[in-house]
Ligand binder design. Structure first.
Ligand code: ATP
Length: 301
């Protein structure tokens, strides 16, 4: 079942079509990547989903209801540009934001204590917002977007400015929230994070949806019949011509065999030849490669 549906949504700014007839469906409970080059229309799309701005045409449905002017309380939004009041203490600020989201004082305090502990911010919450490091301010903003337990959590570059330890901390929280039923819409330029975190994705270019689907299925559908062998043995000087060896780096060899040669044929050959196989796998293209290829193709169209 879908939590979010966009039907032919368009938005124009002074004759420029920032979003052009985008349709997409985000299934409930998944982590969904919203990708695209700079200026593709991602932020404009997010702003329409949150109700900050409105489509010129098309419809947006959240949990079956059409999105209207106010930000629905079932959404949590962590924008890329932070908007915290600098002179307030972290605690007061988050309490204020939680109250705005409709939590009672008692509930807000309870949730805040939970999150401050959870995100390792105990030595920070009494400080003023302006005293926070970039990473700490990022974590405070994360708390502000999840404190009211939204059904749909929209994260725009949530890991920017975070060190590897805090990146893992937030990644774990994202997985935990997803396991508890939260749907996560995740916008980023970091393609390796999409492979690691997202189950589904959409790629937007020049305001249009140019690729959408299951991340692994997308990688599989772009496969190019490439295989990699890793062996600790001395490798033969030459493999059969039809294997088309394309690269050899130390113990690793890459092949782009004739189309009729399958992975089992390669593996059988290696074993028959007594080659010790430490690793052997088909190589799927990265989301980064697919991003570049799809955007270039769509720019030429
Ligand atoms: P980035 O990855 O660089 O953040 P984006 O995909 O989020 O880009 P948007 O911010 O949605 O892209 O912008 C899409 C296009 O719409 C851009 O050409 C931008 O200049 C234009 N645009 C966005 N907001 C406005 C506005 N308020 N007035 C005029 N043009 C706008």
């Amino acid at each position: 079942m879908s939590i979010l549906t966009l039907q032919q949504v368009s938005k124009t700014f002074q004759n420029y079509k920032a979003v052009d007839q985008i349709s997409l469906t985000v299934p409930r409970g998944c982590i969904y990547g919203l990708l695209g080059p700079n200026g593709a229309g991602k932020t404009t799309t997010i702003r329409m989903i949150t109700g900050i701005t409105h489509p010129d045409s098309g419809d947006i449905f959240l949990g079956g209801n059409r999105v209207n002017k106010t930000i629905p309380s079932s959404i949590g939004y962590m924008p890329e540009e932070r908007g915290l009041y600098k002179k307030m203490s972290v605690w007061d600020h988050l309490l204020y934001l939680a109250r705005l989201k409709g939590l009672s004082v008692q509930k807000a305090k309870e949730e805040l204590k939970f999150w401050i502990e959870r995100l390792d911010m105990k030595s920070w919450y009494t400080k003023k917002v302006e005293e926070l490091s970039k990473g700490m301010s990022q974590k405070a903003q994360f708390i502000a977007s999840v404190i009211h337990k939204p059904d749909l959590l929209i994260l725009d570059e949530p890991f920017s400015g975070l060190d590897p330890i805090n990146t893992n901390l937030i990644k774990d929280e994202i997985s935990r929230l997803r396991d508890m039923g939260t749907t996560i819409l995740f916008s980023t330029h970091r393609m390796e994070q999409v492979e690691e975190i997202c189950e589904r994705m959409v790629l937007i270019n020049k305001g249009k949806n140019v690729l959408e689907g299951d991340v692994e299925e997308i990688r599989k559908s772009h496969r190019q019949h490439l295989f990699e062998l890793v062996s600790e043995n001395d490798l033969p000087g030459r493999f059969p011509d039809e294997f088309h060896e394309i690269q050899r780096l130390g113990k690793k060899v890459r092949f782009n065999p004739e189309p009729h040669i399958q992975s089992a044929d390669l593996l059988r050959y290696f074993l028959n030849e007594g080659i010790e196989v430490n690793a052997f796998r088909e190589q799927f293209p990265s989301i980064n490669d697919i991003f570049i290829e799809t955007v270039e193709k769509s720019n030429q169209a």
